[in-house]
Ligand binder design. Structure first.
Ligand code: GLV
Ligand code: MG
Length: 349
């Protein structure tokens, strides 16, 4: 495969566009909170939401009816230009590349609010070619409208072909911010026999071996998304970008939402989508590291100031590798602490 020479990778793709980032800007993104920008009541809530979430995303794609697509785009622009987002991220999910709305979504939003927009979420990404197209288009629009910092791209991993190409998608451009699992579209694309938005399925599991005494055999549900999340995390982390769980659609089952988000967190994801206000708290709880874990991780860092050697703490062996794990947790805890005074105190940071 022919690849672009390293030096070229960080040149702007259009004269006058800002230079690509060499590293992602540091941002806490535990939840990406979706709002439908065509609904006036929802737009009116945005100024209050800013202090409650890490990222606000105006959704233009699925769940927005075809006859409201333009109103959603206009509503997003109104919110983007009139609200002060401070340190809270402002993202939009545009319609997919082959839809009749994609081009106007991107051109109108960058023209009107390019300097306020942090990230464009691109749905139904199938390969690096999709990223290259949006990358070039954004550079042209940034140059035309004098946008000062690069607008990042976040891909949704929600087609079978996208999963097959996940590593190439993650590496496609320095504009890549990260990726979210899109379990609803992915289930359809793969031909999975489910009717859900994320989460498990009662029939997907392992039956225990027959017991010698003829007693009842236990059946243990397995995680439908384990393989895809792990594959996505490796693809993202190896390119220095972030992995996210996507939506959890059963608003009547908070415990299952929490369990699914926690699996993703433990496997390396940094956040998830919140589609209902109560999922904001779930995501905050799950994607902020556990207080006891942070305290233990701090003990490891303190016991091994230069990160080498071997020590015992509470009967557990620590070495350079556990020091690195501890650093992941403490670095995240510091980001959380900077935004959340109560947790800062609990972490002792
Ligand atoms: C999200 O877009 C999904 O399809 O799950
Ligand atoms: Mg989808």
């Amino acid at each position: 495969m022919t690849i672009k020479p390293p030096k070229k990778f960080f040149e702007p793709l259009a004269i006058g566009a800002p230079s690509p980032y060499r590293e992602l800007p540091v941002a806490l993104e535990r939840m990406i909170h979706f709002f439908p920008p065509h609904v006036e009541k929802m737009r009116a809530r945005v100024p209050d939401m800013v202090s409650q979430v890490d990222v606000l995303l105006g959704n233009l794609e699925d769940a927005i009816p075809a006859d409201a697509k333009e109103a959603a785009r206009r509503g997003f622009i109104e919110v983007a230009t009139s609200v002060d987002f401070g340190a809270t991220g402002l993202w939009t999910r545009v319609n997919c590349l082959n839809s009749p709305w994609f081009l106007d979504d991107v051109t109108e939003i960058v023209a009107a609010a390019g300097d306020k927009l942090d990230v464009i979420m691109l749905p139904k990404v199938e390969g690096p070619w999709d990223i290259h197209f949006l990358d070039q288009l954004l550079a042209q629009l940034e140059a035309r409208h004098g946008v000062k910092k690069p607008i990042l791209i976040h891909a949704i991993l929600e087609t079978a072909l996208g999963v097959a190409n996940v590593e190439a998608i993650a590496a496609a451009s320095p504009r890549m911010h990260g990726m979210s699992l899109g379990p609803a579209d992915l289930a359809a694309s793969r031909g999975m026999k489910t009717t859900r938005v994320g989460g498990g399925h009662p029939f997907y599991g392992v039956l225990e071996d027959p017991r010698g005494d003829g007693g009842a055999r236990g059946f243990h549900q397995q995680d439908l998304w384990h393989y895809t999340v792990a594959k996505m995390v490796d693809a993202c982390q190896s390119q220095g970008i972030k992995a996210f769980y996507g939506p959890f659609g059963d608003f009547s089952d908070d415990a299952a939402c929490e369990a699914q988000f926690r699996n993703a967190f433990l496997l390396g994801c940094v956040g998830a989508w919140s589609l209902h206000p109560k999922q904001i708290e779930i995501a905050k709880r799950v994607f902020s590291p556990d207080v006891e874990e942070v305290r233990f991780a701090r003990k490891i860092l303190e016991a091994m100031p230069d990160g080498t050697g071997a020590v015992m703490i509470d009967g557990k062996m620590q070495d350079d590798a556990t020091w690195k794990q501890a650093k992941v947790i403490v670095d995240l805890a510091r980001q959380v602490a900077a935004r959340d005074p109560a947790l800062a105190e609990a972490y002792g940071l």
